[in-house]
Write a protein that binds this ligand. Structure first.
Ligand SMILES: *Cc1c(COP(=O)(O)O)cnc(C)c1O
Length: 459
């Protein structure tokens, strides 16, 4: 297909919607390290995980070998309400940047929750329902995961209890109300409702909370309430598995128009959208069939890949969760409250951590004012108000395209536009008023939380 014949938007049909999720681990030569029991230092068994997580999700979590997991019809039917999502050629952005690069983005903001998180929320809620559970508990940071899960739970008739990071609970009352409209109960975290919440409040009075802390509370609430399990919106292998629907669709859409991307870029909080977007492309790279560049983009205020260490750490502040081997800033790291939006998690997916460690992926950190400059530039020409998280990927995509302008390279760039920013207008207001600042942790800040990493027996 000639360049000018490529449409602005490429959609797959409903029939072309993927019928199976792709498990990237099946093609990894070095598998991600297993989750460890913090008490014994031994790999966690399915038996130890099922009091916390749903059974089928545990099976998916621990399976490093099965390449494809069929998507149940009920989940595919739900997907059809908002998928396949479009692959968009950013002609207008290319023109503004005056670049020979070709820029594409996969847009995941076309649903009420406003992000890709619904792809895993419906899957996790479905398996909880299948198991006959009453409900699930979870944490939410900026609120997208809680919103997505509340939609999925409402659809399936499951009860949902959300622990919402306090700073977001206060700054994002509208998100909270969407969740409540869908029937979820929402508690600001840290709270007095759990033991771990009370402990954290005592130690850090006035804390604005963190994802790690909200996770501890949600896990405790699940374990203590019969008929409940805990679900998590990022980081875990199962979440990357569900999010592979993004990459599978993107790849099929590219094949439809006869284009192959050279560079694939995504923002990285816990790694689920990036892991899902790159999955089938990385699979080709791992099997030696194709080559691509992959770039993870993280905030300079919470730089797990670029300034963290690759080590076993807790996924939560309360240190009750399993240990995961990942790039981490230490579970006691609490990013500056000044940082807008999500991507505030101290750790990173074990799958992406291993790929990065093995040199199969690059990472870069960007500062928030430059992220909002990119968001503004994108919004003004492409007509979508991007989420601050997604705008990290936009920043890197623009930078790559500008580099192409200098070198004259006609690279094809794909980035994940994970969501919309309608609930992030407080951050946009700060930016528009010129009040946004960049907070970057000092080496001493990081050393303090990294030195507190748990001791794990050598493998
Ligand atoms: C949650 C979220 C992210 C970051 O999470 P990942 O698991 O790293 O994908 C990015 N963008 C949006 C819009 C989100 O809601």
């Amino acid at each position: 297909m000639k360049n000018q014949e490529i449409p602005y938007k490429t959609y797959l049909t409903e029939q072309e919607l993927p019928t199976a999720w792709y498990n990237l681990r099946a093609d990894m030569k070095t598998k991600p390290a297993p989750l460890l029991n913090p008490g014994t230092g031994k790999p966690l068994t399915a038996q130890e995980l099922t009091p916390i997580f749903c059974e089928e999700l545990v099976r998916q979590e621990l399976d490093n070998d099965t390449a494809f997991f069929p998507i149940p019809d009920e989940i595919r039917d739900f997907y059809k309400m908002y998928r396949p999502s479009p692959l968009v050629r950013a002609y207008c952005l290319e023109k503004v940047l005056d670049t020979p690069a070709k820029i594409y983005y996969k847009f995941e903001g076309n649903n009420t929750s406003g992000s890709h998180k619904l792809n895993s929320a419906i899957a996790q809620a479905y398996y909880a329902k299948q198991q006959g559970l009453k409900g699930v508990t979870t944490e939410t940071g900026a609120g997208q995961w809680g919103t997505a899960l509340s939609m999925a739970c409402a659809y399936l008739g499951l009860d949902l209890k959300v622990f919402m990071v306090k700073v977001s609970y206060e700054q994002k009352p509208f998100r909270r109300e969407v969740m409540r409209t869908y029937g979820a109960s929402v508690t600001p975290s840290p709270s007095m409702e759990t033991e771990v919440g009370r402990r954290i409040l005592e130690e850090f009075p006035g804390t604005t909370g963190s994802l790690g802390c909200a996770i501890s509370e949600a896990v405790e609430a699940a374990v203590k309430n019969p008929g409940y399990r805990y679900v998590l919106g990022s980081v875990l292998n199962q979440v990357l598995l569900h999010q592979s629907v993004i990459g599978l669709e993107a790849k099929a859409a590219f094949e439809k128009i006869g284009v192959k991307p050279d560079v694939i870029i995504g923002c990285a909080g816990g790694g689920s959208n990036l892991g899902g977007l790159i999955a089938p492309f990385m699979g080709e790279k791992l099997r030696g069939e194709e080559d691509y560049r992959f770039i993870a983009v993280e905030p300079a205020s919470c730089p797990s890949f670029t300034r963290g260490v690759f080590a076993y750490d807790f996924c939560d502040t309360g240190m009750i969760c399993p240990l995961a081997k990942m790039y981490t800033l230490g579970s006691s790291f609490i990013p500056s409250a000044n940082h807008a939006g999500g991507l505030r998690f101290h750790g990173m997916s074990t799958i992406l951590s291993q790929l990065y460690h093995d040199g199969l992926m690059e990472a870069r950190a960007v500062e928030q004012t430059s992220v909002f400059q990119a968001a503004e530039q994108f919004a003004r020409c492409e007509g979508i108000l991007p989420a601050p998280e997604s705008s990290h990927a936009i920043r890197a995509a623009i930078d790559e395209a500008l580099r192409c302008r200098e070198t004259g390279e006609e690279k094809t760039i794909l980035f994940g536009l994970t969501g919309t920013g309608y609930f992030d207008l407080t951050a946009y207001q700060q930016f528009n008023d010129g009040l946004m600042t960049d907070t970057v942790p000092t080496d001493e800040d990081l050393a303090r939380s990294i030195v507190a990493l748990p001791k794990v027996p050598e493998e």
